[in-house]
Design a protein around this ligand. Structure first.
Ligand SMILES: NC(=O)c1ccc[n+]([C@@H]2O[C@H](COP(=O)([O-])OP(=O)(O)OC[C@H]3O[C@@H](n4cnc5c(N)ncnc54)[C@H](OP(=O)(O)O)[C@@H]3O)[C@@H](O)[C@H]2O)c1
Length: 515
């Protein structure tokens, strides 16, 4: 049975449907599985907008343009389900037999992505929320697959990650108990101790989530997909589609606008980005494989590029600098010129020279002309981002891909073209170029017609830099010869040498004319 055949007349439920991955999952399911019955989108009410209103907002997004063209009435196959995974609305839903009997596949995407979110919110969403969705899924009599999106960073304290759950020594329930009595301030103070070897709250709570699945859902048809950092689309719905300012996006914007100039990291380490369309295709295919094989164990898929087709930080450094000069972002602060170094002293030096001095000087200038200083604040955010990414820039993981390879081998040719998830075909320079264009278009809402003006702005910045460099050199030299006798002697020596050279040149040219 092909993948699209598997989804024929099926009903799927997606939590996190309003998110970056969720939107693309809805689009892909509807676009490539024409006979799929319905996609139920679990959406919470937010800022006074109902689930229905939020769903209508989502489908007006550009990402659905291709589908809109193919199937103008696609909205009929979408159902908004109003529920929050953290409150009783999910229980009410579970009590509705008519609804529960319909659902065949659950994609659980609702979760956090902020690496350093406070522990309480991360625990609530990634662990307690997951437990509630598991309990809800138990009430689904026709459930064929429960696909949970975890992260490869859940095990980032290991240098080698196998396709199995590495359970935490402390039961997740014991950690969840803390939420009942521990005050927020205490929780903040205890965070470092609690997360232990894990680099951040995201990794820690995703790890606890996997432990919870092993403890409480091993009898369900569970699939765990572990992506690395999810980036812009490789091919579909269009190359470079990105909608959310996540890890590499913020970095690309900061470097492309010339703010970020020094970064600490190992150039040869892997920057593990996985395009969002690959993640979505793997999610869809893994649910099919679960029923295909009838495997009763928890199936785990590593959805990363590092071990299959690595992209290195040094390449990112070069491509981002190159392409953001070719297709510049608007309003650049300086010309893009990112440099990566593994040496802390060198990095600190460049942070001082290339980040802090220009930031404080610009803010002083802004204050002098009566404007609000802002550049120092921009750098505070950039430095915060760098410190949360430091772990990723300095470490590397190896993981196994046996399940991904088995899945690849069992998909038919047509399926592997429609639901492609093999990252080995990515041409990284083109991908990064499209990523930057996508960031410009879809995230920053900048028009490509503005590129010539942005290039002109970069030229102006280059001229300003040259003038500044010349002025600094002249001032420095004047200061030096005013204070130091050897420098003065050297200066007069150079001047007399130059004068002699000019005299010699004049004499020899006049002799030649006479001859
Ligand atoms: N993006 C990455 O780089 C990355 C990497 C590894 C793993 N992941 C995992 O992949 C999944 C999807 O990521 P993403 O990038 O699509 O995240 P995202 O854009 O931040 O979306 C998160 C989704 O979760 C929903 N959600 C959060 N709390 C909820 C609650 N209490 N009730 C109902 N819905 C709730 C959000 O709904 P609202 O719109 O209502 O807030 C949103 O739809 C997450 O589990 C994430 O941890 C992401």
């Amino acid at each position: 049975m092909s993948i699209s055949e598997f989804y024929r007349e099926k009903n799927v439920l997606i939590t996190g449907a309003t998110g970056f991955v969720g939107k693309l999952l809805i689009e892909k399911l509807l676009y490539s599985c024409e006979r799929l019955a319905r996609v139920y989108c679990l959406i919470r009410e937010k800022n006074g907008r109902s689930a229905e209103e939020r769903l209508n907002e989502i489908i007006s997004c550009k990402v659905f343009d291709k589908l809109r063209k193919k199937e103008p009435s696609f909205r009929d196959r979408l159902v908004a389900v109003s529920a929050n995974i953290l409150d009783s609305s999910l229980d009410t839903l579970a009590a509705n037999d008519e609804f529960t009997s319909k659902i065949n596949v659950v994609f659980h995407l609702a979760g956090t992505v902020d690496l350093d979110l406070d522990l309480k919110t991360s625990l609530l969403t990634n662990v307690l929320g997951l437990r509630r969705v598991i309990s809800f899924s138990r009430k689904l009599p026709n459930l064929e697959a429960f696909v949970h999106v975890s992260s490869v960073y859940a095990n980032s304290d290991l240098s080698f990650i196998d396709e199995r759950v590495y359970p935490s020594a402390v039961q997740p329930q014991k950690i969840l108990n803390l939420l009942e009595w521990m005050e927020d301030d205490w929780m903040k103070m205890a965070t470092k101790k609690l997360i232990g070897e894990k680099p951040n709250t995201f990794a820690y709570t995703k790890w606890l989530g996997e432990t919870l699945i092993q403890e409480e859902a091993a009898d369900l048809p569970v699939v765990i997909v572990r992506p690395s950092t999810i980036g812009a689309a490789w091919k579909e719905p269009f190359a470079g589609w990105v909608e959310k300012s996540s890890g590499p996006c913020d970095l690309f914007i900061a470097a492309g606008r010339g703010y970020l100039r020094s970064m600490k990291g190992e150039g040869q380490s892997v920057l593990d980005i996985i395009p969002v369309d690959i993640v979505v295709n793997l999610l869809i295919s893994s649910a099919w494989q679960k029923t295909n094989t009838g495997d009763e164990k928890i199936s785990i898929y590593h959805c990363t590029t590092g071990g299959l087709h690595p992209f290195r930080w040094s390449e990112m450094e070069n491509f981002v600098t190159l392409y953001s000069k070719r297709i510049p972002f608007e309003g650049a602060f300086r010309r893009p010129n990112l440099a990566l170094t593994s040496n802390s002293l060198v990095h600190d030096y460049w942070v001082f020279i290339s980040h802090l001095i220009p930031a404080y000087m610009t803010d002083a200038g802004l204050a002098l002309i009566g404007q609000k200083p802002r550049v120092v604040n921009v750098y505070k955010k950039i430095h915060k981002m760098l410190s949360s990414l430091e772990y990723l820039t300095e470490h590397e993981w190896k993981c196994t891909y046996d399940n991904v390879i088995a899945l690849r081998n069992s998909t038919k040719d047509t399926d592997s073209q429609t639901f492609y998830f093999d990252p080995r075909g990515i041409h990284w320079p083109t991908y990064i170029e499209n990523y930057l264009i996508g960031t410009k278009k879809y995230l920053l809402n900048e028009d490509l017609h503005g590129v010539p003006a942005a290039k002109q702005h970069l030229k102006l910045l280059r001229n300003i830099r040259w003038c500044t460099n010349v002025i600094i050199a002249v001032l420095f030299w004047r200061l030096l010869i005013a204070k130091s006798q050897p420098a003065r002697n050297l200066w007069f020596f150079v001047l007399s040498l130059a004068a002699r050279f000019v005299r010699f040149f004049r004499l020899s040219s006049s002799t030649m004319i006479k001859q």
